[in-house]
Design a binder for this molecule. Structure first.
Ligand code: DAH
Length: 352
């Protein structure tokens, strides 16, 4: 529409009528994007009002004054209507979102939801049950460890290249009497409990034989993502007896797999490397679709580790294994992001 084409017929009444139509359209817009469409139709560069404004110069002075006043009224009422409608739509949107995210925190009158243990705690306890059922006892150790227990006694002397398998968090030991800097770590695995248990068994005179599991919290210098947490949980197994072989290890892993996951799950060992076992193997569990999921590490306890635990490798042999409890629960419950364990969202937690 050229401005000259508009000029002859334009009247203040036409502008008022257009404004009334626009106000109705804006007030009836049912979503923010529809509101924006209406604003552009009635206030935009191609709108009737914009064309009238451009055509003003063709009007005689009397008409120009009337139409000009009508244009000002129209713009005012359209903008006012748009602001009102936008506020309403945003308030609706917010109300809907709050309703969708609503958490009922009311107690009282039988409506309180009874809480339960976190899924990782449930898994931890279930693992203790399974291994206790196989004749094991539960042992534990501190989360703040010395370098000796966490690494050195596990056949990882200082500067051993395999230390890079564990991204370690060191504690500032300055000011602690008799502790050198770099001496204290947040344990990177539950394996140091192997050493503590052997030493304790000898000191207290109750073993070997030793059949223990050691569940606990461990730390790595890692950024949290779907498959890693800087703070997570492992369970360590340690068996020390006479004439223990790789067959005992493999049978134990298989028995555990069936006891924990059910009779139709199976396990396999794959050759691998860990400094504290020789030979070493990683173990996988079968998934329903026939694929294998990597679960943990294992192997025959290295003679140096037996010696660090105060045992004679000529007399005693054993196997050890360790795996992530969080990861086990992830597999069992098809959790797709480990960070869910930490976010404390009741909608996640209530599923277990
Ligand atoms: N400590 C190992 C880790 O954190 C896991 C592990 C591997 C434990 C082999 C064992 C073992 O007891 O024999 O990666």
């Amino acid at each position: 529409m050229s401005d000259e084409a508009v000029a002859p017929e334009v009247t203040a009444g036409a502008v008022d009528a257009q404004a009334a139509e626009g106000v109705a359209a804006i007030a009836g817009a049912r979503a923010v994007d529809l509101l924006e469409d209406a604003e552009s139709t009635y206030l935009g560069k191609q709108s009737f009002l914009a064309n009238v404004k451009a055509a003003m110069k063709h009007l005689d002075p009397e008409r120009r004054r009337e139409v000009g006043a009508a244009l000002n009224r129209a713009r005012g009422s359209l903008e006012q209507a748009a602001a009102t409608r936008r506020a309403e739509l945003l308030a609706d949107e917010r109300r809907e979102r709050l309703a969708a995210e609503r958490l009922d925190l009311t107690e009282g009158l039988g409506r309180a939801r009874v809480g339960h243990a976190h899924v990782v705690t449930q898994t931890w306890e279930r693992l203790e049950d399974v291994f206790c059922g196989m004749g094991y006892t539960v042992a534990d150790g501190p989360e703040v460890e010395t370098d000796w227990f966490n690494f050195e006694a596990l056949n990882l002397p200082r500067a051993h290249p395999a230390r890079s398998m564990w991204d370690t968090l060191y504690l500032d030991a300055s000011g602690l009497d008799g502790v050198e800097d770099g001496e204290l770590v947040l344990r990177t695995h539950t394996s140091p409990v192997q050493i503590r248990t052997m030493l304790r068994a000898v000191r207290e005179g109750w073993g070997p034989p030793i059949y223990v599991v050691c569940p606990g919290r461990v730390y790595r210098r890692d950024t949290a993502d779907a498959t890693h947490l800087p703070v997570f949980h492992q369970i360590e197994g340690l068996v020390i007896d006479r004439n223990i072989s790789m067959a005992d290890l493999s049978g134990t892993i298989e028995a555990f797999t069936k006891a924990y996951f059910g009779e139709d799950m199976t396990s396999r060992l794959r050759p691998s490397y860990f400094p504290f076992t020789e030979p070493s193997a990683e173990f996988d569990v079968s998934a329903p679709d026939g694929s294998w999921l990597e679960l943990g590490g294992s192997g025959m306890v290295h003679p140096n580790v037996l010696r660090a635990g105060g045992l004679d490798p000529e007399e005693w042999s054993g196997f050890a294994f360790g795996f992530g409890i969080d990861r086990l629960a992830k597999i069992r419950h098809a959790v797709d992001d480990l960070r869910e364990y930490m976010s404390n969202d009741i909608r996640f937690l209530a599923q277990f």
